[in-house]
Design a protein around this ligand. Structure first.
Ligand SMILES: [Fe+2]
Ligand SMILES: [Fe+2]
Length: 354
C-alpha cells in the first residue's frame, strides 16, 4: 500500500496510508484521516445534529408580517415595548453574522473531522438564514437599517457583548494559528466555549425571553414566530457545540487543567454580568411583565446549566423565573409544537442507525 504525504485543509501534513478505521478519527489535530472522507462515521452525534437541522428548514420570508406591520404603525405598543424590539433586533442582526463568520473563518479550518464539518456547513447556512431574518424584519417594519445594523458599535450594552466574542475570533484568525500546542488548543476551546456556550447559550437567551413574551401577549407575532424558529435552530447549535467541546476534552484530557477551568468559569461569570447589563438596558422600567431583576436570576440560571454541561461547577444556583421558556425549548423537540408551517417542513428519509 502506498503512502501519500499531503497537505490537509488545516495546513497539517496528513500521512494517508489508504483505507482507515473510524476509530482513527480525531476532532482536532487529526493527522491520519483525510477530512474529505465522510464515511465511515465515528461521531454519530454530529451526523444526527446535521439531520435534525436539515429537518427544521425554514425561511423568514414565508412568515407573514401584515399583522406586525399594523401593530408597529398603531399605538398598541408603548415606547418601552418598542425599545425592547429595537434593541433585540440590533443585537441579533449582527450577532448572527459574528457567529457565521467565526464558524467559517475560525472554527471550520481547525475541526479535522468530516461529520462535524458537515454539521458546520449546515449551521453556517442557518446563520445566514438568521441574518436574513433581521433584514426581512427591518424591511417589513420600515425601520432604519443603519440604526439597527450599527447598534453593535453604538449601543454600549451590545458592543460589550460583541467585543468579548470578536476578541476570541481575532485570536484564532491569525494566519499562523494552528492547534498543535496545548496553549493553542486551549485557545481554540476558549473560542468554541465563547461562541457555543456563551454567545449562543447565554447572550441569545434574554432576547429569546423578551421576544417570546410578545408572542405570549399576542403582539408582534410574526417577529416572535421567527424568534421561535431561531431558538429551535440555536438549541441544536448549542447541543452540537457542547458535544464538540466535550468530545475534544475527552480526546485531550490534558488540556482541561484546573487553571483552564478557572479561566472558563471566570469568562462565563463575566458574560453573565454583561448579559444582565444588556437586559437592564433593554428594560430600564420593566414591560410585558418582565423586569431586569427577573433577568438576573434567569441569566444566572441558564449560565449554571451551560457550566453543568461543560462539567464545571455551578456558580449561582438561582431559580428559573421563566419556567415557560424550558417548556418552549422542550416542546421544540416535538414535531407539532411550532405552527403548521414548521410541521410541513419536517422532512422524511433521515438515516436510521439501528
Ligand atoms: Fe443563529
Ligand atoms: Fe447559532
Amino acid at each position: 500500500m502506498s503512502t501519500v504525504l499531503e497537505e490537509n485543509a488545516t495546513g497539517l501534513t496528513t500521512e494517508n496510508t489508504g483505507r482507515f478505521d473510524a476509530a482513527e478519527k480525531r476532532l482536532i489535530n487529526c493527522n491520519s484521516v483525510d477530512v474529505n472522507q465522510l464515511m465511515p462515521l465515528k461521531y454519530k452525534w454530529a451526523w444526527e445534529h446535521y439531520v435534525n437541522g436539515c429537518a427544521n428548514h425554514w425561511m423568514p420570508t414565508e412568515v407573514p408580517m401584515t399583522k406586525d406591520i399594523e401593530t408597529w404603525r398603531s399605538d398598541k405598543l408603548s415606547d418601552a415595548e418598542r425599545r425592547v424590539v429595537m434593541r433585540n433586533l440590533g443585537f441579533f442582526a449582527t450577532a448572527e453574522s459574528l457567529v457565521g463568520n467565526n464558524l467559517v473563518l475560525a472554527i471550520f479550518k481547525h475541526v479535522t473531522n468530516a461529520e462535524c464539518r458537515q454539521y458546520l456547513l449546515r449551521q453556517a447556512f442557518e446563520e445566514a438564514v438568521h441574518t436574513h431574518t433581521f433584514l426581512y424584519i427591518v424591511d417589513s417594519l420600515g425601520l432604519d437599517e443603519s440604526e439597527v445594523f450599527n447598534m453593535y458599535r453604538e449601543v454600549p450594552a451590545i458592543a460589550k457583548k460583541d467585543d468579548l466574542e470578536m476578541e476570541l475570533t481575532r485570536e484564532v484568525l491569525d494566519p499562523d494559528f494552528i492547534t498543535d500546542t496545548d496553549e493553542s488548543a486551549q485557545a481554540f476551546l476558549k473560542n468554541l466555549i465563547g461562541y457555543y456556550a456563551i454567545m449562543e447559550g447565554i447572550f441569545f437567551y434574554s432576547g429569546f425571553v423578551m421576544m417570546l413574551s410578545f408572542h405570549r401577549r399576542n403582539l408582534m407575532t410574526g417577529v416572535a414566530e421567527q424568534f421561535q424558529y431561531i431558538l429551535r435552530d440555536e438549541t441544536i447549535h448549542l447541543n452540537f457545540g457542547l458535544d464538540l467541546i466535550n468530545g475534544i476534552k475527552s480526546e485531550n484530557p490534558h488540556l482541561w487543567t484546573e487553571e483552564f477551568q478557572a479561566q472558563i468559569i471566570s469568562r462565563v461569570r463575566e458574560a453573565v454580568d454583561l448579559e444582565i447589563e444588556y437586559a437592564q438596558d433593554c428594560l430600564p422600567n420593566g414591560v410585558l411583565g418582565l423586569n431586569a431583576d427577573l433577568f438576573k436570576d434567569y441569566v444566572q440560571h441558564i449560565a449554571d446549566r451551560r457550566l453543568e454541561r461543560l462539567g464545571l461547577p455551578t456558580q449561582y444556583n438561582s431559580g428559573n423565573p421563566f419556567p415557560w421558556m424550558s417548556e418552549t425549548i422542550d416542546l421544540a423537540k416535538e414535531k407539532n409544537f411550532f405552527e403548521t408551517r414548521v410541521t410541513e417542513y419536517q422532512t422524511s428519509g433521515t438515516l436510521s442507525w439501528d
